[in-house]
Design a protein around this ligand. Sequence first.
Ligand code: PLP
Length: 452
Amino acid sequence: MNGHDALPSNLFYQTRQRRPLVAEARDIYIHDVNGKRYIDATSGAMVSNIGHGNERVLAAMRAQMEKATFAYRLHFENEPAEELARLTAAKMPEGLDRVFFVSGGSEAVESAAKLARQWAVATGQPERWKIISRYPSYHGSTLGALALTGMDLMSRPFEPMLRAMPKIAAPTCYLDRDNHSLEERGLRYAEMLREEIERQGAETVLAFIMEPVGGASTGALVAPDGYYARVAEICREHGILLILDEVMTGAGRTGRFLAAEHWGLAPDIVVLSKGFGAGYVPLGAMVAHRRLVEPVLAAGGFVHGFTYAGNPLACAAGLAVLGEIDRLDLCDNARAMGEALMAGLSGLKERYPFVGDVRGKGLLTAFELVADRGTMAPLPKAMDAHVHLVEEAYSRGLILYSRRTRGGLEGDHFMVCPPLIVSREQIAEIMGLLVESLDAFADRFGLPRARD
Ligand code: PLP
């Protein structure tokens, strides 16, 4: 505690934890009011993809502010929203050309669930309402998105208020101890979708939603390649919609604009947020295939909406963000720097026997700590490694993002997801501070490590 964070506050969020006041944010660095510098190695919550203080985005926002910050969409159309919808649609797989703007990821997921449901009703399939999702997973914290989220700690208090949705296991192939190859395990996880559809009754299932590369709930979990084609095929065979939650993976984070492109997936709906507004404005989008939207509009309209949706200021910022992603080739940089970062993180396994797994795609990467790499048994829960390592790093000016791994109940993983503008030198700077933090953490808890 120093100064401000000892003072009383009327604000509250999850816990009583206090943090210093922010002074300024530029590039991949954030400075607090005490003059300390932090490397934003997680882009906040995997949000600030184009870095902080981008002058072109700020200029576009200033220019729009001089014209109009808000014009309600039922009263006026606005050019930035039209143009952002056009450019967003151009980046989507074939047919996904209807865009619905929102102000965040949870709103985007809610919108996808409701559009899917209205499509089923409008096309004479009113018995379809169940959306299968994975466990663990994260799709947001509003009650509808929470019903799809597979994370006990977050949903438990609200269970009586939620309409429970079916879950299948996330493809955590790296934890399985059997004689099968990773590909074989991946296909086994995909078959769980078919089994769940049959258990529920295929005619009652509306959609399957997944994060193509896991976010905070699994720590950048990537399935074996064959998994993706197989789940898509299973959805198609049963007339079930495939919704990709690209809130974290989208806007270039994994090295392509959509993670779906790595596997040639053709989803029915994609949801975007985080890197789409890149921390400049609250912005998200639900992008749907025209095949879904047209029957809903013809049947009387989409009975859903949010006041701030598609406001000109947010869309002008979003347009400038998309422009920067293209101008700076940030998908390419995410691929190249992602490889450098993964190489650095993988090297940690030699120094620290308690680093159990390193995974990810592009600049969506994470490492997981374990008590035993052979069994992948987690570190003792009471050790609270996910808290202590983050604090070691924070005190050294390195921002990490951690969660408990196994459904939020035990296990510890750490996301390392710097802005997509990160350079090779900055990756080396991140790795240097990470090693210092891990050394201090290992020494504090008496964990084994190789010495210099
Ligand atoms: N979906 C995914 C994959 C996410 O990672 C998140 C947020 O972390 C959300 C949805 C919810 O987004 P928001 O917090 O903007 O509502």
